[in-house]
Design a binder for this molecule. Sequence first.
Ligand code: GH3
Ligand code: MG
Ligand code: MG
Ligand code: MG
Length: 327
Amino acid sequence: VKILIAEDDPISMLVLRRAVEKLGHECVTAADGTEAWALFQETPFDVVVSDWLMPGIEGIELCRRIRAVEAGSYTYFVFMTALGGKQNFLAGMRAGADDYLSKPFDLDELEARLIAASRVTSLHRKLRDQNAELERLIKSSFEVARTDPLTGVGNRLRLREDLEAIGARVERYGHRYCAALCDLDHFKKYNDSHGHLAGDEALRAVAQALVAGLRKGDAVYRYGGEEFLAILAEQTLDGAGIAMDRVRLAVEQLAIPHRGKTPPGVVTMSAGLATLDAADAAMTDAWLNRADEALYCAKATGRNRVVACDTQVDGPPTLRAVPPSEG
Ligand code: GH3
Ligand code: MG
Ligand code: MG
Ligand code: MG
């Protein structure tokens, strides 16, 4: 173990240092509490053996300071008290010390203290490592629980949590969000003619195209079987329409052959767009319903297209086709 000795009496220090080194430990010495504190702040020690009375920072204060800054690792603190210093001993333990050595000290007693010290510090190290591992596991299972295993995008649980946060942000800060509900065209037929495994592969490729085609602040979720929801942050309906149509085109340009489908004969995607207004920020269900209506319209008017749902100040929302991007 790595030991710091704080002792102002040079003879006592020399004897102690020899003893510690004889027992095979690494040892650093400080001529008083102030020096010991400075050394400790530079590098933590497994064990501190400290005199009680020293000029500058006294042993009890050194112990308190060490206990106050300790994080992650543990320092085993041993006091040296002159014979008959029982009161000091108790005060030291209350300040956070682990044990004491009476002066003049006995080599066997010192060895016993250091055995206990190495046991306690290694136990603390083990605990710390296990805690770090636990934290890592908790973090990763949190992620796993919110990720769609097939495509790697967020799942419904993540969406539900994000929707709450989004509703609050829109209401409080007037942030603007667009939802794009995306659905693959004639995907049942795709499975029928290419098989379910190829269908899974296609879903993965489309999810990647969605993630790649959107900005960093946007989010993509698997909404259902072959449906994805993209939430675009800080965009007008027109801006989101342009972005989503680019993604629609990117999916078409993946050129995944679709035998069950006549032109373009590849996997395509339709999308419905809607904005979340500050006025009905709490109504995220209604928001997604508007996107769903727009998606339904995109399907009914030929598929492989994006339709936006425009909300009016007075009157019902209106649907309009987003002009297709240049291929
Ligand atoms: P539309 O253009 O009207 O959307 O037609 P569609 O065939 O895509 O629509 P429908 O809702 O009838 O069918 C969706 C299909 O998506 C049904 C199912 O076979 C397929 N599907 C859903 N989830 C998965 C999945 O995880 N993997 C695969 N391979 N296929 C899936
Ligand atoms: Mg002293
Ligand atoms: Mg569907
Ligand atoms: Mg579909």
